[in-house]
Design a protein around this ligand. Sequence first.
Ligand code: NOJ
Length: 538
Amino acid sequence: MSQLLWWRDAVIYQVYPRSFADADGDGMGDLRGIASRLDHLVELGVDALWMSPFYPSPQHDAGYDVADYRDVDPRFGTLADFDALVAAAKERGLRVVVDLVPNHTSSDHVWFQEALAADSGSHARDRYHFRKGLGVDGELPPNGWQSVFGGPAWTRVPDGEWYLHLFDTSQPDLNWDLAEVRDMFEDVLRFWLDRGVDGFRVDVAHGLIKESGLPDWTAAQVPITSPGAEHRNPPMWDQDGVHDVYRSWRRILDSYPGDRMMVGEAWVAPAERLARYVRPDEMNQAFNFNYLMAPWTAADQREAIESSLAGVEPVGAICTWVLSNHDVVRHASRLGFEPGYSTQGGIGEDDPQPDEALGLRRARAATLLMLSLPGSAYLYQGEEFGLPEHTTLPDTVRQDPTWFRSRHEVRGRDGCRVPIPWEAGAPAYGFGPGGKSWLPQPVDWARFAADSERGVPGSTLSMYTEALRLRRTHGLGGGTVAWNEATDAVDFRNGPVRVITNFGKVPAPLPPGEVLLASGDLAADGTLPPDTTAWLRA
Ligand code: NOJ
């Protein structure tokens, strides 16, 4: 099965194009840079890469503001570079997943430019959500909806109407009630499928459809939508109508050979609600942010794993697992605080700083736990080096719209987006030939460079490589979790491998058996130290 449906147990590596590798030396990564580092992904042993957006964009939200869905931004290269990258990936047996941003366009998109030039009530405006304002002269927004990045979700245009943007003002939300909008995205899917992509990561998959009439909702945006807590869905998230969109996309994907897939970015809880996105005729996978957000305690981790597995079981889908991406504080830093401490708004120079050694230790334990779980796992570029967040980035260089829209209250996501280190001794750690980097890299990152860790026993890169090899050898991605019910610890068996993580403060006994891999050194007496995961053949 896993050979046929490759995505059911795949390890998928997220490339953030602007920060992965820079071939032209301008300080921003590009497609030729990605192509030049594909062998790293092969050595690491992943199955696929997912690339965040590289489409033409004014880059007000790092490319998640797309001005043209069928081209490559000149900063990142050309369509020919894209084709060459896909060919080079295929030659190496790597699959390629691209990002699709259907909830909103860029304000530079031709449709939005037409809408701005058109009159109130026109077809051009109907492609978005334009409304008259409240108040005597319409000077107040049409409702109290808040933007995810802070501030109101509405911006007024010169003729007095307002348009909806759940994110930045430069990201107007599309009106998915319109057949023309649906048709356009179906064409976009075909455009990239025809170019050979294996799948799509669907941005804001829970946001496309808004509750009809846009009823008022004044609560601040929360990271994960849970009707359990609010007793009803917020009117902008997780509306039933989104599922029709994914059913029609699934039909398109299935009409192509080669198991094309889509994975939804849906910040939806509880797990049963998320499972609706991965019913047999919808998406193939959905990101598991419940798991990403689970605190570092045995009870929370076990609960997150059990509820995730139970959530997808009735619909016959697989689970996904993820610890880091371009929107959250890297797990090597996130876990350097005590459980319960929130790093959701990012970390700045004058914030409490993580305990780096503790964070790395727990991050390695968390990764080894994650990679033992059945289903598909996502890695974020640089985590294989144990790379921490840049937690002291000067505020003057920040680019995340969150920082600006929150009026400098929320630091945002730049700290996890810093160009990654490849060569310890090279300018910009080998990011590109110009020695430049669009966000400054910390001065002490040489120790995390790929060439500092490659082939070094015990390095984080060696641990990831060995974990991926063993995961494949023992079929862990296609396995099942059988808990050791004699304990509350995270202790289970997946096929021939027993997995134990010690979340406690004191060493834990290890059962007899051959230690296949551990996230840290075992104690001299053979016990499992705190914040360590071991895989045993027992
Ligand atoms: C989710 C993306 O991952 C994030 O980076 C982006 O800002 C928002 N969607 C808006 O597109």
